[in-house]
Design a protein around this ligand. Sequence first.
Ligand code: NAD
Length: 386
Amino acid sequence: MISVSWLWSLDLRLMRRGLFSATESFRFSQVGQLTSFWNWFVPLVRGVFLRVLVTGGMGFIGSNFIHHLLSSQGGVEVVNLDNLSYGSNPNNLKDFVGDGRYTFVKGSIADFALVSKLVGDADVVVNFAAETHVDRSIVDPTPFLQTNTFGAFNLLEACRKYRVRLLHVSTDEVYGDIVAGSFTEKDRLNPSNPYSATKAAADLLVVAYHRTYGVDALVTRCTNNFGPYQFPEKLLPKVIVRARLGLKAPVYGSGKNIRDWIYVQDHCEALWTVLQKGRAGEVYNISAGNEYDNLTLVKKVLELMGKDESFIEFVEDRPGHDLRYSLDSTKIRSELGWRPRFNFDEALKFTVEWYLKNEWWWKPLVSEELLHPTPWKLDRTIRVKR
Ligand SMILES: NC(=O)c1ccc[n+]([C@@H]2O[C@H](COP(=O)([O-])OP(=O)(O)OC[C@H]3O[C@@H](n4cnc5c(N)ncnc54)[C@H](O)[C@@H]3O)[C@@H](O)[C@H]2O)c1
């Protein structure tokens, strides 16, 4: 099954190795260049048309992306670089242990030597690696800068060196909140917390690296994801897990904060589309138009679990809590032809059922601290059980 556009990947490799450029054409007389030729040629002979370096692939969206890629595309090989920090879970990808198309490397995108080696062996890079929990960024922003900004910088430097395409996965949170209407890619960035500020810094670097050095890099900004394999400290799995354990669902403040939700599979399909067809140096918003305030969302989840509103507990609001996020995704739809495929209510039902059926996945992770109703008030970083 070769459904991947292998001509596209071949084209990427030829351009990258400079085989078509007059100055560099077929100068394989030196040992280094021979090695690089075999690095390029041998995978093709093995039927591998695209070698994808995924960073942060043990987390929620990255692992869904790897599932999507390896189950829908032929001729693809994935290397997953992840430092196994708290948001990761090797169980997310246990289906691919022993699969010759998948390799896991434990390490950090903050380690330039490692990043450089892996990027040198890849055709494209998709960067999911990040510190992602806003509440944690309020307690201690340092690791957010190290991974979200400095790590992204390392990837850009390596992609510049090896002329590899980089898709940097970012978030709607970089725009800050909006009372009415929706942000387009042209709107200015206005992050409200350390998490979104470090993501915004990386987004700016990506666009600047394209303009300054011609690096083949691009950015996607997506709204809130939901689906299987999301770490149980995030709103949706937290509500499901707490309700399953007979605990109330914490709703910050009045519960009127609005988020635009997208099923994770739709996000993964959008990323694959951008990776293949997106224009270098561009930013693409990704959204599905499912805007709900947190209270409504929590009520929907509780209803699917047969629980009533007595399971809701209003708690103190998170500092700097953005009121509403909303993205205009006309550009990716009209330019690249992507559309979300999943109905929100059906995908939410599937997601709730997935967590209820897969207690083996989340039970080893949860602790009183992790499920804390106001985690940013804990005076320490939350430990994760393994
Ligand atoms: N979850 C959402 O709703 C959402 C929405 C839009 C964008 N995003 C973006 O998508 C990306 C993935 O988000 P997620 O929800 O899957 O996060 P996650 O926390 O579930 O996963 C992040 C992964 O990155 C890894 N990681 C952290 N630091 C690393 C480092 N220095 N080196 C290598 N790996 C490292 C972690 O171990 C983890 O496996 C993030 O960049 C996030 O900003 C998320």
